[in-house]
Design a protein around this ligand. Structure first.
Ligand SMILES: C[S@@+](CC[C@H](N)C(=O)[O-])C[C@H]1O[C@@H](n2cnc3c(N)ncnc32)[C@H](O)[C@@H]1O
Length: 266
């Protein structure tokens, strides 16, 4: 486990201020959250009753994308930025189930995620996992540290699930992505999802989230999400609502307010 340069405004382990990783954990049905997180989470669910389901569908997309990257695209190295609290089907479990030699580096800046990182650091004997406590904006420092586990001369899957919504400005979000991808060779991938501004309910839910939660979250339109992939080759089916990205047989393909894509660096 390692720590790189300080965040501009790092979340502290403060049980009086609701925090994004813990609210998300509550929405996913987890136990790693406090009363303040549950209160905001429940208020959000009132505004948008299906948000907990959306959280689970987004998590299921994470697993499908990581499985596809390992099993179909042949990736063996994963840099997962905005890991979240450990839950079912963490990136290393999914990747190593498909490819036991997969190497995973997790990055988050929430102190509770750091406290639980040991649960993320189990690994198959053939592979490896590492955890870096850092703000995603510190791309160069993260890459430098990740080089202890990941060989940046070989393709890397950059995983940014539910995190770029914490960056309001599109140009800044794109520069963070580029800050990682510039160190990765052709054949590397970006896989992401984020909340989309595709219904009044989700706009209201995020308004409630942003009254008290730290850090704040910003919705993007599917077009703005697509623009983040400007230099990449989109994998089929392109930018879609998360249930529609290579759905498992028989799974729902309803449209929800979370959009995603996987793109390959040419
Ligand atoms: C909505 S959760 C998503 C967790 C997981 N990726 C998933 O899809 O289930 C967003 C995560 O991003 C982390 N995060 C938010 N801003 C961050 C930043 N500036 N640097 C690093 N991590 C950040 C939060 O602590 C939280 O764990």
């Amino acid at each position: 486990m390692s720590v790189v340069a300080e965040s501009p405004d790092p979340p502290k382990l403060d049980t009086t201020v609701p925090q994004t990783a813990r609210i998300w954990n509550h929405l996913l049905g987890g136990k790693d959250n406090f009363e303040v997180d549950r209160a905001v989470g429940d208020q959000i669910i009132e505004a948008m009753p299906h948000l907990a389901r959306n959280a689970r569908l987004s998590r299921a997309y994470l697993a499908r994308a990581v499985r596809w990257l390992a099993a179909e695209a042949g990736l063996r190295q994963f840099l997962d930025i905005g890991t979240g609290l450990p839950t079912a089907d963490n990136t290393h479990e999914v990747a190593q189930a498909a490819a036991p030699d997969a190497r995973i580096v997790y990055v988050d800046n929430d102190p509770l995620v750091l406290a639980h990182a040991r649960a993320l650091l189990t690994s198959s004997p053939q592979g490896a996992t590492e955890y870096i406590d850092a703000d995603m904006r510190n791309t160069a420092a993260i890459v430098k540290e990740a080089k202890n586990t990941i060989d940046f001369d070989k393709p890397v899957a950059l995983i940014m699930m539910g995190i770029l919504g914490h960056i309001e400005d599109d140009a800044e979000a794109k520069s963070i992505i580029d800050g990682f991808l510039q160190h990765m060779p052709s054949g590397s991938y970006l896989a992401m999802y984020d909340g989309s501004d595709t219904s009044p309910e989700v706009t209201e839910a995020v308004r409630i989230w942003n009254i008290s939660a730290n850090p704040k979250y910003h919705l993007r339109s599917p077009e703005r999400i697509e623009a983040l992939f400007a230099d990449l080759e989109l994998v089929e089916p392109g930018v879609v609502s998360v249930p529609r990205w290579k759905p498992d047989t028989g799974a729902t393909t309803e449209e929800i307010d979370q959009y995603c894509a996987v793109g390959r660096k040419p």
